[in-house]
Design a protein around this ligand. Structure first.
Ligand code: BTN
Length: 258
């Protein structure tokens, strides 16, 4: 269905080793994550980016849709990480700290990370990340890291209560190109650390941006609900939570601080 869409390929002069050497740009596409999957089937290079100005069927976590009009940054990073599936979530953590670092540097805004991978500004969502994996028993074959950032786009209707754009906060446009370039450079650097098993590096930065240790949280995953105090984050990205019945590890779910 997406085969006939027009696109152009280019490379930016980025200071990266892997990520962003090839960039495939669409004016309009159903979903960059979906197109990335098609490219993986054609053996596209590690680190290739699919980016679109508009997505007509943007996808969010848990099969939710992701509204992606003009003015936002909607892109997917294709990776062949060759690491244990247990480390999958750390890739998303590396992406979320890369986005947070870049927004702080380019827009001067103090964004925060909400576990597992939302980037918030004044408690509203400015960025969401959807990582889709394919894994064998011992290694992740590929990861598609889909990143959606509300940069200059308008947030409409019922989303106003839960989402915010950078432009809304600053009052003027933010350069999507500069932000995009810096995110890719940060991600390349953080991904390199991850590949070298330097989880501590990712964790340390993630914790400074997330401010979650010691907080009382409620996490809902499917039909299960868990409530307790966050003690730490484990090296697979799961939260270590002290509940009334003991210590629990939680890898997934929707979290609220209570
Ligand atoms: C979330 O639910 O928070 C994750 C949202 C991820 C949206 C991005 S936009 C680029 C990429 N393509 C998609 O279809 N989704 C991701």
């Amino acid at each position: 269905m997406v085969e006939n869409l027009t696109h152009k390929s280019y490379s930016l002069n980025l200071k990266t080793k892997i990520i962003g050497k090839k960039i495939i740009h669409f004016n309009k596409i159903p979903s960059t994550n979906l197109y990335a999957k098609k490219l993986i089937d054609e053996n596209i290079d590690n680190g290739t980016i699919v980016i679109a100005d508009v997505q007509t069927k943007g996808r969010g976590r848990k099969n939710r849709s992701w509204i992606s009009p003009h003015g936002g940054l909607w892109f997917s990073v294709i990776l062949y990480p060759d690491i244990s599936p247990k480390r999958g979530m750390v890739i998303t953590m590396a992406a979320s700290i890369s986005v947070t670092q870049a927004i702080r540097d380019i827009a001067g805004l103090k964004t925060e990370i909400k576990w597992p991978n939302d980037v918030l500004l004044k408690n509203k969502k400015v960025c969401g990340i959807l990582t889709e994996f394919n894994a064998e028993l011992n290694k992740i074959k590929y990861a598609i890291v889909g990143i959606g950032i509300n940069v200059n786009n308008k947030i409409d209707g019922e989303l106003e209560d839960i989402a915010i754009s950078l432009k809304q906060e600053i009052g003027s446009e933010v350069s999507r190109e500069k932000l995009f370039g810096l995110i890719l450079e940060n991600f390349d650097n953080n991904y390199y650390k991850l590949k070298n098993n330097d989880f501590e590096h990712i964790k340390k930065i993630w914790l400074t941006y997330s401010n979650i240790i010691g907080k009382k949280v409620r996490i809902i995953e499917e039909k299960n609900m868990i409530e307790g105090i966050v003690k730490d984050i484990y090296d697979d990205g799961s939260l270590i939570i002290k509940t009334n019945s003991g210590i629990n590890n939680v890898l997934n779910g929707d979290m609220t601080i209570v």
